[in-house]
Design a protein around this ligand. Structure first.
Ligand code: ADP
Ligand code: MG
Length: 269
């Protein structure tokens, strides 16, 4: 029996793909919102200097007093960088463009690959009672993404249902393997999720077939459809689950959250 008084260990998931525009940020926000809606306590870490996850959740630039940069490089306390969003159970560590210099500044740091790992394992994390931490990675396999993979229990890979979708995946998997060998032996692939899937388009079906053939069970059964409500939601600073709760996009992210919870393996502390 688990002891309810013992602080739980949040499951840490890096949402990564070095290609831009494949749905990393959209998946981080909406999977996070779907998990939160189902009663899980979720923290999003915005690890992209573009700060799209922060903007998409309505965190004004003026409100980003402390950011992921400060957490990594200025050793600011967790309680000072974690902000509430408009959604119950969903919090965020925001990012600004400052983070773009972190990649260079990290190089000379002895603990350069472990900064996020160490930051997220401070005892102070317990006060948030988190179930999940989702890390929105930049579109690159740089030191920031490596920090995410070293900190994480697993990697979730959004794959855009487009030609060339699978290209670049071997590079990503190579990075996962290197991180396993050097710093995080138990790093798993949480799954690969097909995004912007177009039911009426043969190409989407072809990409799905290729992905399932090559990657088998790693590919989530849930498909995230191309849905205009999903792309509109960030300009209203809310997840699609709030913007249009009955939309196909919102439903799909709820399904993805449920599938992920069903697949869950316990997290080692
Ligand atoms: P990344 O973080 O990988 O760069 P984004 O999540 O920012 O990618 O998505 C890229 C663009 O595609 C954004 O404009 C986003 O609104 C749009 N988009 C993402 N997922 C969907 C979807 N399911 N349906 C329609 N548009 C989408
Ligand atoms: Mg992004």
């Amino acid at each position: 029996m688990s002891d309810p008084t013992r602080p739980k260990t949040p499951k840490i998931i890096a949402v990564a793909n070095q290609k831009g525009g494949v749905g990393k940020t959209t998946t981080t926000i909406n999977l996070g919102a779907a998990l939160a809606e189902s009663g899980c306590r979720v923290l999003i870490v915005d690890l992209d200097p573009q700060g799209n996850a922060s903007t998409g959740l309505g965190i004004e630039p003026d409100a980003r007093t402390y950011t992921t940069y400060d957490l990594l490089l200025d050793e600011v306390d967790l309680e000072d960088v974690v902000l509430k969003t408009g959604e119950d159970n969903l919090q965020i560590i925001p990012a600004t463009v400052d983070l773009s210099s972190a990649d260079i500044e990290l190089i000379s740091n002895e603990k350069r690959s472990f900064l996020l790992h160490d930051a997220l394992r401070q005892p102070a994390i317990d006060q948030f009672g988190l179930d999940y931490i989702l890390i929105d990675c930049p579109p690159s396999l740089n030191l920031l993404t490596v920090n995410a993979m070293v900190a994480a229990h697993s990697v979730l890979v959004p794959l855009q249902s487009e030609f060339f979708a699978l290209e670049g995946l071997s590079q990503l998997m190579l990075t996962v393997r290197e991180v396993r060998q050097s710093a995080n032996p138990s790093l798993r692939i949480e799954g690969i999720v097909l995004t912007m899937y177009d039911m009426r388009n043969n190409l989407s079906a072809q990409v799905e077939e290729d992905a399932r053939q090559n990657l088998g069970d790693l590919v989530f059964k849930t498909l995230i459809p191309r849905n205009v409500r999903v792309s509109e939601a960030p300009s209203y600073s809310v997840p699609v689950l709030r913007y249009d709760t009955a939309s196909k996009g919102a439903q799909a992210y709820r399904e993805l959250a449920a599938e992920m919870i069903r697949n869950q393996t316990p997290v080692a502390a």
